[in-house]
Design a protein around this ligand. Structure first.
Ligand code: FUL
Length: 478
């Protein structure tokens, strides 16, 4: 998150030295929680509320809770499908902009307790967190700052209400891995019957520092997402695409919740002073909520795979939304496409064709550690070097069309320019070049059959290091 504390600097140095590889960490490195979060790669979003029943994306705030009546709600279906698809965490809209609460909050009547669901005795946040626990998936919650139902929205009283609700959510439901803070803020709404427009000062109204302090006090391991971090940030679009160049660092003084500089969020900042993981959110459907007339528009497995390459394959985490329908179930088409998406990824990435190869390097030691399947071991160049050639000799001519590179980001993100060559008829030929690598870089190329590959690290902000290298043949369903 912040600057490397001194003790961590020496601990990492000692640990690297014990493997005879000296690698001093960068000034900006991820926290342990951010590392674990990034390693999840793929997580899910669940947009479900009164909008599911009114066929809207943004409720006005005047919807009757009586409309919320899922006929076959099965939270375990969501969680088990997500688990099978390889999603490691799910985030539920506990409250969206319309203000309706999926849990029986003590601070409002505009909630599930006034709905027919379980005769007002239901608590979907409880069902959700319990199902996540049962399936060993992490649970996160979305609590919309904008509340189009609440009469006091726009006044300090509403901030107290928001914090009270956050306190309920972070106290009563066990560990919450992520607190998702949306950027949409202020505008027209019901506001307790006022039916008017309310404009707030996005930079000052919420006093986010105090709310985030409260969240971390209640759940010390929680990671906070927003347009502006502090732990995880929006990628700047809702297509799920990170920039081809993407740094996990940023200058937190440059970004604000609700007024994001989207290009900056999409590329990160090589000179950023804080580590903030990029989260790429996108819905499996055109809308975030379920709409029957979008059943034919569910993203295909191939579209989802493309998004995976542009998010996870560009050093981001993919947050994929799957909205339950009016029954309270993931729709059959979504389930089918999600399963096929998983199966394509599994087929493509099941065999690393570089396994068993020999690696040699122009500088540093431990070349073979990039082929050992262990993400915590790595090759590093000699301390003062900023470029390097790594040659991988395969046992036989091998056909591939996908390349994977990983940096040991525990030490920071370093590489800013690389090139990959292949030996064709005794000559080195360029295959593909790129900029950043970070936690994971996936490259798609035309199929090629060769037995010698050269990774050229051309520029880095510190001693370059790689933890993993892979070659794959894409599934023909991609
Ligand atoms: C946006 C919201 O306005 C959408 O309704 C949705 O929740 C999306 C994930 O974030 O800012």
């Amino acid at each position: 998150m912040k600057k490397t504390p001194l003790y961590l600097f020496f601990a990492l140095l000692a640990c690297a030295c014990s493997r005879k590889i000296t690698l001093a960490p960068n000034p900006v490195v991820p926290s342990e929680g951010q590392l674990r979060y990034q390693e999840q790669e793929l997580i899910g979003f669940i947009h479900f509320t009164i909008n599911t029943f009114t066929d809207k994306e943004w409720g006005f705030g005047d919807e009757s809770p009586a409309l919320f009546n899922p006929s076959q709600l099965d939270v375990e279906q969501w969680v088990s499908v997500a688990k099978e698809a390889g999603l490691k965490q799910l985030i539920l809209t506990a409250k969206h902009h319309d203000g309706f609460c999926l849990w029986p909050s003590s601070y409002t009547e505009h909630s599930i307790k006034k709905s027919p669901y379980k005769n007002g005795q239901g608590d979907i946040v409880k069902e959700f967190t319990e199902a996540c626990k049962k399936y060993n998936i992490k649970a996160g919650l979305y609590l919309s700052p904008w509340d189009r139902n609440h009469a006091a929205y726009g006044t300090p009283e509403y901030i107290t209400y928001y914090r009270n609700q956050l306190t309920e959510l972070l106290t009563n439901y066990g560990p919450i891995a992520e607190f998702w803070v949306d950027g949409a803020n202020g505008g027209t709404g019901y506001y307790g019957g006022a039916n008017e427009e309310r404009v707030i000062d996005r930079k000052t109204y919420y006093d986010w520092d105090s709310t985030f302090y409260l969240a971390k006090k209640l759940q010390p391991d929680i990671l906070i997402f927003s347009d502006a971090g502090p732990d995880i940030h929006w990628i700047g679009n809702e297509k799920g695409f990170a920039g081809e160049t993407f740094w996990s660092m940023m200058d937190l003084n440059r970004v604000y919740i609700g007024t994001p500089e989207t290009d900056y969020l999409n590329t990160g900042d090589p000179n950023g002073t804080s580590w903030v993981v990029g989260e790429c959110d996108v819905s499996i459907r055109p809308g975030w909520f379920y709409h029957k007339n979008q059943d034919s528009l569910v993203k295909t497995p191939q579209q989802l795979v493309d998004i995976y390459y542009k998010s996870v394959g560009r050093n981001g985490v993919l947050l994929l939304n799957i909205p339950p329908d009016q029954r309270g179930l993931f729709h059959e088409i979504d389930v089918k496409n999600l399963k096929e998406f998983r199966s394509i990824l599994d087929e493509t990435f099941s065999t690393n064709l570089a396994e068993g190869a020999e690696a040699s390097v122009s500088t540093g030691v431990g070349a073979n550690l990039i082929l050992d399947k262990n993400p915590s071991t790595f090759w590093a160049a000699k301390q003062n070097d900023r470029n390097a050639d790594i040659i991988i000799e395969l046992n036989k001519p091998t056909s591939f069309d996908r390349i994977l590179l990983q940096e040991p980001i525990r030490y920071g993100q370093r590489v800013s320019k690389f090139n990959i060559q292949g030996e064709v008829n005794g000559n080195w030929q360029d295959i593909i070049s790129g900029t950043t690598i970070g936690y994971k870089k996936l490259l798609r190329i035309d199929p090629i059959t060769i037995s010698k590959i050269k990774i050229q690290i051309l520029e880095a902000n510190n001693t370059p290091a790689l933890s993993n290298f892979g070659l794959y043949k894409a599934s023909n369903r991609e």
